[in-house]
Design a protein around this ligand. Structure first.
Ligand SMILES: Nc1nc2c(c(=O)[nH]1)N[C@H]1C(S)=C(S)[C@@H](COP(=O)(O)O)O[C@H]1N2
Ligand SMILES: [Mo]
Length: 321
C-alpha cells in the first residue's frame, strides 16, 4: 500500500483539510487532465492527496456517478453508524470501534465450493482493480446517505473458490471478538453478525466488498477492513468486518431474521410499497440534510430497478420481503 504525503500546492495545514476538500481537489485534477469526472478513469500515480499520517488506498478507478444528489459529508458517514458490535446508539461505533484490530486480516471462503480458500486482505486487493462506487445506503430505519465507496466486486472473491453446482446462497459472516468489540459482550444479536444473499445477487456486478470511502481506507466504524455493500437492499444486508463467506444450498438464517423475522426478511430489497410492520418505507431522510428538510421519496430497489428487477421476476415481493 502507498503511504501518502501532504497534499501539494497548498499551504493549509493538513489538519484543516477535510476529506471532501481532498476529494474535490482530485476531481479538479482530473478535469485538468481532460478526463471527465464521470468516466472510468484510472487513478494511476495521482495518489498524492491524503491526510497526514493516513495510509492510503492503492490507486482506484473513478465512479460513474449517476446519482444527482450531493455526497453525504464524510463527518456524517463516519459518525452516524449502525454497528451493534460496538453498541446500539448511532454514536457508539465512532467512539468504540477503534479497539478492533484490522491488521492482519483474512477471509475464508468455504462450503459448496470446489476450492476452499483463505485470502489475506492483500490477496483480495489483487483480485480485481479497485473501483469507486457512489451508492445510496438506505437504512430500514428510514434514513439514507450517499457514499463514495471504494471496493471490488464480490464476484471476484467467489470465483476464486469456484462455487459448485449445489451452491445457491452466500452467507457472509462478521468477525466475533468480544475482547475487541464491547457490544458483543451482550446478547443484543446472535453473534457473529451474519447476512446472506442468493448466489445470483452475490455475483451481480453492483454487489461489492468495500475497503474504502472518500478515497481513503475504510474507518473502523464503517466496517474496516472489508464490508459488503449491496446498493438495492436495505443497509442491514451490508455486513461489516467480514471474516468468512460460506456457500450453501439452503437459505442462511441471518442474525436479524433470528432477532425478529417479522421485521427483517431475507431479501430486504428496498421497496417503498412494502411497509415495515411499524412504519412506512415510502420516504426517507438524508443524513446531513437536517431534520427540517423535506423527506425524499424512496425509490424501488433504491434506484436500481433497471439493473436488478429481472432477478425477482415472478416473485411476490410482499411475501419475499
Ligand atoms: N457486523 C455488522 N454489520 C452491520 C451492522 C451491524 O450491526 N453489525 N449494521 C448494519 C446496518 S443496520 C446498517 S444501516 C449499515 C450501516 O453502515 P454504515 O455505518 O457504514 O453507514 O451497516 C450494516 N452492517
Ligand atoms: Mo440499518
Amino acid at each position: 500500500m502507498l503511504i501518502l504525503n501532504k497534499p501539494m500546492g497548498t499551504d493549509i495545514p493538513s489538519s484543516q483539510i477535510t476529506p471532501e476538500a481532498i476529494y474535490q481537489e482530485r476531481r479538479l485534477f482530473f478535469k485538468s487532465l481532460g478526463i471527465a469526472a464521470g468516466s472510468m478513469a484510472f487513478l494511476a500515480a495521482t495518489a498524492r492527496q491524503s491526510l497526514a499520517g493516513m495510509t492510503a488506498l492503492p490507486d482506484f478507478m473513478r465512479a460513474n456517478n449517476h446519482l444527482s444528489d450531493a455526497l453525504t459529508p464524510f463527518k456524517h458517514i463516519t459518525s452516524y453508524n449502525n454497528y451493534y458490535e460496538f453498541g446500539t446508539s448511532k454514536s457508539d461505533p465512532a467512539e468504540y470501534a477503534h479497539t478492533l484490530k484490522t491488521d492482519p486480516w483474512s477471509i475464508t471462503i468455504e462450503g459448496e465450493v470446489a476450492k476452499p480458500i483463505t485470502l489475506s486482505l492483500d490477496d483480495i486487493l489483487k483480485l480485481a482493480p479497485l473501483e469507486e462506487r457512489i451508492y445510496r445506503l438506505r437504512c430500514v430505519e428510514g434514513w439514507s446517505m450517499v457514499v463514495p465507496w471504494v471496493g471490488i466486486p464480490l464476484s471476484a472473491l467467489l470465483k476464486k473458490a469456484n462455487p459448485n453446482g449445489n451452491a445457491k446462497y452466500v452467507e457472509l459472516i462478521s468477525v466475533q471478538r468480544p475482547s475487541e468489540m464491547v457490544g458483543q459482550r451482550s446478547n443484543i444479536l446472535d453473534w457473529p453478525y451474519n447476512e446472506g444473499l442468493r448466489l445470483d445477487e452475490a455475483m451481480h456486478p453492483l454487489t461489492i466488498m468495500a475497503v474504502g470511502l472518500y478515497g481513503k481506507v475504510l474507518p473502523n466504524q464503517n466496517g474496516a477492513p472489508i464490508r459488503l455493500v449491496v446498493p438495492w437492499k436495505y443497509g442491514f444486508k451490508s455486513a461489516k468486518a467480514i471474516v468468512k463467506i460460506k456457500l450453501t444450498e439452503k437459505m442462511p438464517v441471518t442474525s436479524w431474521m433470528k432477532a425478529n423475522s417479522n421485521e427483517y426478511g431475507f431479501y430486504a430489497n428496498v421497496n417503498p410499497e412494502v411497509d415495515h410492520p411499524r412504519w412506512s418505507q415510502a420516504t426517507e431522510r438524508g443524513i446531513g440534510d437536517g431534520f427540517l428538510s423535506k423527506r425524499r421519496k424512496t425509490e424501488m430497489f433504491n434506484g436500481y430497478a433497471k439493473e436488478v428487477e429481472s432477478l425477482y421476476r415472478g416473485m411476490d415481493l410482499r411475501r419475499y420481503f
